[in-house]
Design a protein around this ligand. Structure first.
Ligand SMILES: *Cc1c(COP(=O)(O)O)cnc(C)c1O
Length: 403
């Protein structure tokens, strides 16, 4: 859809140029032989998975060197939304046999599409093998080794048995072995080294794993632990232009891919003493002009931003006043010239140095950019937008840090 058709609605403007730039930054950190698996779980970190897949296809068309080789999602349902892009897909959430009964149709769907399923137990391998025979196909499975996350994955002690079990099933094909880091965003972290050694030890003891795809690196490990790149890397956050350290870095010119905007739907000129919003948490100290935008905490704009955050209006900053409510938020535009109904407000700026950047909002909400991004709700339209529409403006100061 044309981005102009959504003017007047709250929306996420998605920049293909920024996505391309981030792929370039990631690619620059990799040996040419290393493949990129784009992590598009949770609706591509809130950006819209099919939209991101479309943008990636356009980038690949004009710059084959920036090709994404496969997608990673959490669930088979998520994989299904991407079937038409004809890329290999891995589902990261391990299949567990006690849950297999209810999920049988989904697993069959995955088998028929040749999507890779992640497993961590022999019983899951047996069950997938049986389903693969029934649908007359070879099931692709990857074994996730737990090296310190203590979440999902087989232990080092059980790793060999699990690989043996997979290899013994003619209806299964081992498509990869993987692990996941705990502290990847910290350069030189001791646990990351231990995890990497544990992974190398487990795979190094088996001749039959020499030619099997190995992968471990998420965004942080791509930048800080080159030895973890192996055959494939799995960037999520960095692909969307957000630095895993939680602040923009001059060493890695990542560009946030999304800009969240919303139109002004009401304007009020109020007298001193007038209060704004639930529970009267803000009172005008002077004659003030208040603008209302149709975005609230139900859309993932954090309520803790009440009376704290700023938004961008015509290149100026406008403070959020009163409580962020479920569907609406008020901002103080007293000092912004020429504000009109329908004008577009920048809720979260694509400029990483703006006070309302994804970093700034995450910090203010005492969380990480991942959480803010993935909570942006379904009422916000996601659209691919031109370069002019996606670059901005809430601030022109430059506060990127080196690390
Ligand atoms: C989410 C996820 C990633 C992507 O991590 P980022 O920090 O966003 O790059 C990679 N691997 C696994 C197993 C994941 O769950």
């Amino acid at each position: 859809m044309d981005a102009n058709a959504t003017l007047g609605q709250p929306r996420l403007l998605i920049s293909t140029e920024a996505l391309e730039q981030n792929l370039r930054v990631i690619r620059r950190h990799l040996e040419p032989s290393v493949q990129i698996c784009a992590v598009v779980k949770a609706d591509a970190y809130g950006h819209g998975a099919t939209l991101i897949a479309e943008a990636l296809a356009r980038i690949e068309e004009r710059t084959p060197f920036l090709k994404v080789d496969q997608f990673a999602v959490a669930t088979i349902e998520e994989a299904a939304t991407l079937a038409r892009f004809k890329k290999p897909i891995m589902a990261l959430r391990p299949i567990e046999n006690v849950l297999l009964g209810q999920n049988r149709d989904l697993i069959e769907l995955a088998l028929r599409h040749n999507w890779t399923l992640t497993i961590a137990t022999p019983s899951a391998a047996d069950d997938i093998a049986r389903l693969a025979i029934q649908c007359n196909c070879r099931g692709l499975v990857q074994v996730m080794l737990d090296t310190g996350m203590t979440r999902c994955g087989t232990s080092a002690e059980q790793f060999n048995d699990l690989i043996d079990r997979v290899q013994r099933h003619p209806s299964l094909k081992l498509s990869g072995v993987s692990t996941h880091f705990v502290n990847s965003e910290i350069r030189g972290d001791a646990l990351t080294s231990r995890q990497l050694r544990g992974f190398e030890r487990a795979i190094g003891q088996r001749e039959d794993l020499k030619r099997i795809t190995k992968h471990a690196a998420n965004s942080g490990a791509i930048f800080f632990t080159p030895r973890s790149h192996f055959d494939v890397v799995r960037p999520g956050l960095s692909l969307y232009g957000v630095d895993p350290t939680g602040h923009a870095s001059v060493d890695r010119p990542l560009r946030p891919v999304m800009k969240w905007t919303a139109p002004i739907i009401a304007l009020h000129d109020i007298a001193p003493g007038t209060t704004v919003g639930y529970n009267q948490t803000w009172t005008a100290a002077q004659d003030s002009r208040i603008a209302v935008i149709p975005v609230g905490y139900a859309d993932g704009y954090p309520r803790i931003a009440s009376n704290r955050a700023v938004m961008g209006v015509h290149g100026h900053r406008a403070g959020v006043v009163g409580r962020v409510s479920m569907d609406m938020t008020a901002i103080d535009v007293t000092n912004v010239p020429d504000v009109r109904l329908g004008d577009e407000v920048i809720v979260i700026d694509s400029d990483p140095t703006a006070p309302n950047s994804i970093y700034g909002i995450a910090r203010l909400a005492d969380t990480i950019p991942y959480e803010i991004l993935t909570r942006i709700g379904p009422r916000i339209r996601r659209v691919l937008a031109s370069e002019e529409m996606t670059t901005s403006s809430t601030s022109d100061d430059n506060s990127a840090q080196a690390d």
